[in-house]
Unconditional design. Structure first.
Length: 312
């Protein structure tokens, strides 16, 4: 039996730092999900979901009523003021804002096999940004670092993805050990204020900072927008590792030595992960938010069914 191949790093990536070339790479990958191809979400959840988003109608102008016009479009105010029947004209809304909330907090700066979770989140953010502008949508983002928020207002054309990519690189490189921590709730609050109504919102995170109290804010966002959750995870969080030694590990709350050769250690990690999964699943289900999962142990395009094979 042939042993499974070890995944190779995506082009231009070292798995730890972020570089312009590795994020620009996804500009060419976005064409795979243009109509009539399946959506990027259907590749993640195994179900067909049309990428055709529901478009609204924008008011254009008022003109005198003509035979055959829809009477439901009559502008009664103008009609009463002029004494002549007028009708409203509408144009199809061509742009829909896409807003990303990208978590680059402490728990995301972790990876046991191929990529840091934060690097994988940046890769997916880049792909979604290029996909949005290729669909003629505006793209914006809020980047959460654990101590501050970086805002990229929705912008059309290539300026949008480029601004987000550069912000991701800068945020990933910055060190803010002495700054006061900022809650994930603050990021959701800022998203609520910045996000135009009718937006497509994608939250890229491991959701370890998400709290039960955030449910109300998400519910408010959900009233006027579509939300997708993308959970970035690592195999070690589930207790899956070939390493059998003792290692010093730390998170934002504690620092301990773990014996990975002990079955009890791996089972404890798995138990904690399953509890976290149940919390995220229940939160998403109660709010009718689709939940997708992406591993940091495999290249993004490989998980999305890409035809490209990476060999270093």
């Amino acid at each position: 039996m042939t042993p499974p191949m070890t995944p190779s790093l995506p082009p231009h990536s070292d798995g730890v730092d972020l570089y312009l070339a590795e994020l620009l790479h996804y500009k060419n990958q976005s064409v795979r999900w243009l109509p009539p191809a399946q959506s990027v979400w259907s590749q993640l959840n195994g179900q067909h979901m049309s990428r055709k988003k529901g478009r609204g109608m924008n008011f254009s102008e008022v003109r005198p009523y003509q035979a055959g016009d829809d009477i439901r479009a009559i502008d009664w105010r103008v009609t009463a003021r002029t004494g002549k029947t007028h009708t409203k004209l509408f144009t199809e809304e061509r742009e829909q804002p896409v807003m990303l909330l990208v978590d680059l907090g402490t728990s995301m700066k972790f990876g046991s096999q191929l990529l840091l979770k934060s690097v994988q989140a940046a890769h997916f953010a880049s792909l979604l940004s290029w996909l949005a502008v290729s669909e003629q949508d505006r793209i914006g983002a809020i980047i959460y670092t654990g101590t501050k928020l970086i805002e990229c207002k929705p912008t059309a054309r290539q300026q949008g993805p480029l601004r987000i990519i550069n912000a991701l690189i800068d945020a990933h490189q910055s060190t803010e050990d002495e700054q006061e921590p900022l809650s994930f709730s603050a990021a959701l609050k800022h998203l609520h204020h910045l996000c135009p109504k009718g937006s497509e919102i994608v939250v890229l995170s491991d959701f370890y900072q998400l709290a039960e109290t955030d449910k109300r804010r998400l519910s408010q966002l959900r009233q006027h927008n579509r939300i997708q959750f993308v959970q970035i995870h690592d195999p070690l969080e589930q207790g899956q590792t070939a390493f059998k030694g003792t290692e010093h590990v730390a998170d934002s709350k504690q620092s301990v030595w773990l014996d990975f050769s002990a079955k009890k250690t791996r089972e404890k990690l798995s138990e904690q992960y399953l509890g976290h999964q149940q919390f995220i699943h229940d939160m998403a289900l109660s709010l009718a938010i689709p939940l997708h999962q992406v591993s940091a142990a495999l290249p993004l395009m490989q998980q999305l069914g890409g035809i490209e094979k990476y060999h270093g």
